[in-house]
Design a protein around this ligand. Sequence first.
Ligand code: AMP
Ligand code: GLY
Length: 422
Amino acid sequence: MKILVIGSGGREHALAWKLRQSPRCAEVFCAPGNAGTAGVGRNVAVSIADFEALVGLVESQDIGLTVVGPDDALAGGIVDHFQALGHRIFGPTKAAARFESSKIFAKEFMQRHGIPTAAFGRFSDAEEARAFLEGQRYPLVVKADGLALGKGVIIAADRAEAEAAIAQIMEERQFGEAGARVVIEEFLAGQECSIHALVDGRDYVLCPSAQDHKAAFDGDLGPNTGGMGACSPAPVLTPELEERVRSEVMDPFMAGLRAEGILFQGLLYPGLMITPEGLKVLEFNCRFGDPETQVLLPRLKSDLVDLIEATIDGTLAQHPPEWDERAAVCVVMASGGYPGIYEKEKPITGLAEAAESALLFLAGTATRDGATVTAGGRVLGVTAMGADIRAARDAAYAAVRRVSFAGAHYRRDIAAKALAPD
Ligand code: AMP
Ligand code: GLY
């Protein structure tokens, strides 16, 4: 079977790499892909927003399965579009993807079904949102309702900052229509981690826990990025807490789907905060995380094509995945200046040497005259496995040091929290 992966990040390189290992996979296509996916299969220069052209590709190449990476394609209804034309595709429909594309939808669902989350208010009127600030405790979190490239969350230290956030999101529309409505919620202190679950509409299976590092600089300082590195497992999610993820998050989530007649098939990835009062859901994502996928898929021993098909067919209960006991750590190397303004077209050296001892998942990269150059903010993820997190971390950094490009920056403390939990 031929398989199409939609997207162009490190996540999509990891997906393409893992799918290609399946004996059932004849060829991988990637739209639009990057320099890394070009080494696994065939890149096709089609925009992820051009559903017609993507269907055209599937039909002309006789592609039997499409796997979607990015949230905006799901929120835009790519799955509905493919399904209406009889094509097999992995991911939730537009209606089911609202768990990610509307924070208000997700929060109200959690409230209806008793899933622990921060106390919140929801507003479509800036005046009312401002009035709500009276008497609140700070910090307070102001979130655009819709998708905002991971930037629509503002942690306001005091009332003035909260007012500025409301103005930015709702009045100046910094994130466009995503800011027509906002959620204002209680600030939660604790350690963040996440868990990925495959959901087939009836059952779910949990993947191992993972921890992202969203801040740009060491010590969780600086602006938020798409993710500067990850490790799996996340020791903060103890077996006892993992059991609570099942009983307090996933079981009520599945019961809520049934009660409301929502068919969710795909990947559900709740972002979690482990607080002194227990675990709380920060958000739901409806697709594989990036860079989390770059530590989870190397740990997956089972065939990813089988798992994805079982998710689409509602037969996950018969296909429990098997996981490698070893730990995995991924360090993201980014362009200088990211997540702000950065330069592109910087030649990358040392990739072959680093690949001798680590897995390289390329992201913002392109090929120029046979050489690999930078073409985005997050340039590549360097993943290593080890008997424990320390060994994986050391191996990942040893490989990172072999890669260079002008202006490269990466965090030196990926997995440090996992080694010394708070
Ligand atoms: P979200 O997109 O909702 O996950 O928010 C992005 C990031 O903002 C999260 O990964 C957290 O680091 C932070 N965040 C979101 N909500 C809260 C909250 N209620 N309390 C503290 N931090 C939060
Ligand atoms: N790692 C953050 C995300 O994928 O949303």
